[in-house]
Design a protein around this ligand. Structure first.
Ligand code: 48F
Length: 258
């Protein structure tokens, strides 16, 4: 069969446009495709909610690929292993209470699980702002990462969402935009993004879960963004807290959507 390059081009443009149009009004918009955002996307999509996830980078998976200092293995505790098992991600016991998993298998399977469950993922797109009406966030403002990187003067487009999840990791970008542009009082002790503390795995694994909650009407934080928003510790290459936080934020939002 003769191949026609113009058909290839039309196929890509048509299919991409279909996907994007379908993502303009959703139940949940997730910002950031690290482990926490991906687990959240998977659980929400499984429950048939309309979910879109925007990831700034070319690759999905955030800080998971690199394991610890580029040694591409991650560590989880007992509870985190349960999440890996549910997603059929292989893990091995290292010693009592410590399990390891290949970070490439973990990141790629999380991504695949979210997409196959029905979440729409757009890589190479950054969320640069939010839309707020009557004291509630009602959507996100998106642009191409390439536009952001080249600092081109190009106006963005908008996506309407019943709920927004800040899964941007250490950067807490959605929370910071709300603080800076909306001038809003976040649901933290200071009303602002408190910022992360130095590394302490044991405490931060627990606080990640406690801090997974709503920070402003319509906006939830998950993963490292949760700890950074509420001023808790970072944890390094132990990932159970991230996975469980993704699960928790999905549960909280599902409750609200009922
Ligand atoms: O950093 P990241 O992996 O966040 P996470 O899911 O997991 C944290 C761990 O990787 C690790 C850790 C271990 O336990 O502490 O750091 O909380 O993924 C966040 C993703 O969000 C993207 C960013 O490129 C990364 O892939 N991101 C950040 N800001 C934006 C964004 C934005 N404004 N728009 C789109 N994507």
């Amino acid at each position: 069969m003769k191949l026609d390059e113009t058909i290839i081009t039309k196929a890509i443009v048509d299919r991409y446009t279909e996907k994007l149009k379908d993502a303009i009004s959703v139940d949940v918009a997730i910002v950031g495709g690290g482990p926490a955002g991906l687990v959240a996307a998977y659980h929400l999509a499984r429950k048939k909610k309309k979910v879109v996830l925007f990831e700034r980078k070319l690759s999905i998976g955030g800080g998971m690929w690199g394991g610890g200092m580029m040694f591409n293995e991650i560590v989880v505790q007992e509870e985190g292993k349960r999440v890996l098992d549910e997603l059929s991600i292989s893990s091995r016991k290292y010693q009592k209470g410590y399990y390891t998993a290949d970070s490439v298998e973990a990141a790629s399977t999380l991504c695949s699980s979210a997409v196959k469950a029905g979440a729409r993922i757009f890589n190479l797109m950054s969320v640069e702002d939010v839309m707020v009406r009557e004291g509630k966030v009602i959507g996100v403002v998106i642009n191409w990462t390439a536009v952001e990187m080249a600092q081109l003067h190009v106006d963005p487009l908008c996506v309407q969402a019943k709920y927004v999840v800040d899964a941007t990791g250490h950067a807490t970008e959605v929370a910071k935009v709300i603080e800076r542009k909306v001038g809003a009082h976040l649901f933290t002790e200071t009303g602002r993004v408190i910022g992360e503390k130095s590394l302490w795995a044991e405490v931060s694994e627990e606080t990640t879960l406690e801090n997974t909650k709503e920070i402003y009407p319509g906006v939830f934080v998950t993963g490292m963004a949760a700890n950074a928003t509420f001023g808790s510790y970072r944890m390094g290459p132990i990932f159970g807290g991230m996975l469980l936080s993704g699960e928790k934020v999905a549960k909280l939002i599902l409750k609200q959507l009922k």
